[in-house]
Design a protein around this ligand. Structure first.
Ligand SMILES: C[S@@+](CC[C@H](N)C(=O)[O-])C[C@H]1O[C@@H](n2cnc3c(N)ncnc32)[C@H](O)[C@@H]1O
Length: 296
């Protein structure tokens, strides 16, 4: 069979097996082609002529094995290949980390810089819940004068993050810290705090397709209403931001609940292509006002 023939068959199988998409691709054809090229060791930017390539028996066996892992065993494609992309950069991933797909990639830097007096002067950044370290890397590449703390409670995730920090040659500017949010982070104030925390309500996590349930539960589960970590992060950030600093949080489906609880902080909601607009920004001055009111 040709590679193109395998691709058509794989595409059909994605439908028949009810494979869930959305972790590295939204179209079955794109994900199947990626897996086929990967399993044959062919370049991902191969041109259309590759579809005519006739597969040897050994190559057919390799492709079938990979498709079986993906469609029968339900292993996410990125865990099979050990890699994923965000913002055009390649990251190592495995079962210890969420597969990178944060909305922040749409927002950084274009929508964020206008909120910072002098983006070029940003000196300190925290990526709370760093996982694979993908956002810490994107932040360090944009804020070139900044030192970035990547914080996570999972020692396993931090091992993956360390590999990614090395891969992108940022060990000199990114420090990885094992901590429950800021609890074990040495005293320091930041110009920018960013977080893509676990924000799914626990009951939603239980109902997710198997591929998504293979990601670490602690990367997804935000407690009964999804806001457990977000609530604590908002509270802790008041004492961690410099005056003029900003806090940015991805809240997923929790926008209405966030507004109901934190609307008085006047969050700004960034625009995302799918219209979910589920990443918000809160200015340090608003958080400071909240603290002052809580004290009085
Ligand atoms: C949604 S993932 C985000 C990973 C990465 N930032 C990304 O965008 O791909 C959330 C991460 O939060 C971490 N986490 C969960 N609870 C935490 C806590 N209490 N303190 C710090 N990190 C936590 C998980 O280990 C996981 O790596």
């Amino acid at each position: 069979m040709t590679l193109g023939g395998f691709l058509r068959r794989a595409e059909r199988m994605y439908g028949e097996k009810g494979a869930a998409l959305g972790q590295i691709a939204t179209e079955a054809r794109d994900e199947a082609l990626y897996l086929i090229l990967f399993s044959l060791g062919l370049p991902l930017d191969s041109d259309a002529a590759v579809l005519q390539r006739r597969l040897t028996a050994a190559e057919s066996g390799a492709v079938e094995g990979v498709l079986r892992r993906r469609l029968v065993d339900r292993v996410p494609a990125a865990y099979i290949t050990g890699e994923a992309w965000l913002g055009g950069l390649r990251f190592k991933v495995d079962e210890r980390v969420l597969i990178p797909r944060s909305y922040f990639v749409e927002i950084l830097p274009g929508q964020v810089d206008p909120w910072l007096g002098r983006p070029g002067r940003v000196a300190s950044v925290a990526d709370v819940c760093t996982g694979s370290g993908c956002l810490a890397v994107l932040l360090a590449r944009h804020f070139r004068a900044a030192r970035v703390d990547g914080i996570d409670l999972s020692a396993g995730a931090l091992e993956v993050a360390a590999a990614n920090v090395r891969r992108h040659r940022l060990s000199g500017r990114i420090r990885l810290l094992e901590s429950d949010l800021f609890a074990s982070v040495p005293a320091r104030r930041y110009d920018v705090i960013l977080s893509n925390p676990p924000y799914e309500p626990s009951a939603h996590v239980d109902a997710l397709p198997e591929e998504f349930r293979r990601e670490p539960r602690m990367a997804l589960d935000g407690g009964p209403d999804g806001l457990d970590l977000i609530r604590r992060l908002v509270r802790q950030s008041a004492a961690r931001l410099k005056p003029g600093g900003i806090l940015m949080i991805e809240v997923g489906g929790g926008r209405a609940a966030f507004e109901a609880e934190f609307g008085h902080l006047e969050p700004h909601w960034f625009h995302t292509q799918d219209g979910s607009d589920c990443v918000c920004l809160v200015q340090a001055a608003r958080l400071a006002g909240r603290q002052a009111r809580a004290r009085s």
